[in-house]
Design a protein. Structure first.
Length: 255
């Protein structure tokens, strides 16, 4: 069984809570449209999002610490990591075989839970391919290489490798980012496989609500210099390399 872990930013640091909630509801509908029933969704949040959609596979966990200052990017990352850790800890009661972190504005393939059910003994997968989409557009771009460098919704890992009992002070932040997860697994002598189909859609959000919009240029330049050009490259792909969203893509990813 696959456990989806979804951290949501606090209402107190959102520019538009209605927009954040609308994006999350689309994400939640995408997650719950799996072709296999063997999945759970654990949402970790400070406040319940303002949505109408509900599903028996969804559980909500309250974050009982103060939200981070909106101006401190490292604190925002730590908050996200603590929420992922809390979600993993809560997922133990469902005894999943694998876990996946999902950004609260992205969409995923409805084939993921079924694929995990068919491969319960694999260590996990990183998403080599995936789609880029600007919210509100009728077009989409297929990123055929290195999607896991561009999107935080990009890895599925064996649950028993995700030890995450968060300490009272937050402990070590958890990350499901494809690059960091691959490095962590390699250090343990474990190789993740590339997922054999596009696994997610990165959603470019409006009004700076996405995490990437808050990343300082200095952070990019220090840790991943090529990433400083990523927003411009995504815009370029959208305008010049994208294609119309087909009914098949819309159905698979909940767009």
């Amino acid at each position: 069984m696959l456990a989806f872990i979804v951290p949501i930013k606090s209402k107190r640091i959102a520019k538009s809570w209605d927009y954040v909630s609308r994006l999350f509801e689309r994400t939640l509908r995408s997650l719950c449209a799996q072709t296999s029933r063997e999945f759970k969704v654990i949402v970790v949040c400070h406040e319940l999002p303002a949505i109408t959609f509900d599903h028996p596979a969804v559980s909500y966990i309250e974050a009982d610490w103060e939200p981070p200052p909106i101006s401190e990017f490292n604190a925002l990352l730590k908050d996200k990591g603590r929420k992922l850790a809390a979600g993993i800890s809560a997922a133990r009661r469902f005894a999943p075989t694998h876990a996946m972190g999902v950004d609260a504005d992205d969409c995923v393939s409805n084939r993921l839970a079924g694929f995990v059910r068919e491969n319960p003994d694999r260590h996990g997968w990183f998403f080599e391919t995936g789609y880029l989409h600007r919210d509100g557009s009728t077009r989409i771009f297929l990123k055929q290489r290195d999607f896991y460098h561009w999107c935080g919704t990009c890895a599925i890992v064996r649950f028993d490798w995700m030890s995450a009992d968060p300490a009272p002070d937050g402990g070590e932040p958890v990350s499901f980012g494809g690059s960091s997860m691959r490095r962590k697994m390699i250090k343990r002598g474990i190789a993740l496989d590339p997922l054999p189909f596009p696994g997610a859609v990165y959603i470019g959000t409006k009004g700076g609500e996405g995490t990437e919009a808050r990343i300082p240029l200095s952070w990019h330049l220090q840790r991943y210099p090529k990433g400083a050009l990523r927003p411009a490259r995504k815009l370029f792909h959208h305008w010049f390399h994208s294609m119309p969203i087909t009914p098949e893509i819309a159905a698979e990813f909940g767009l």
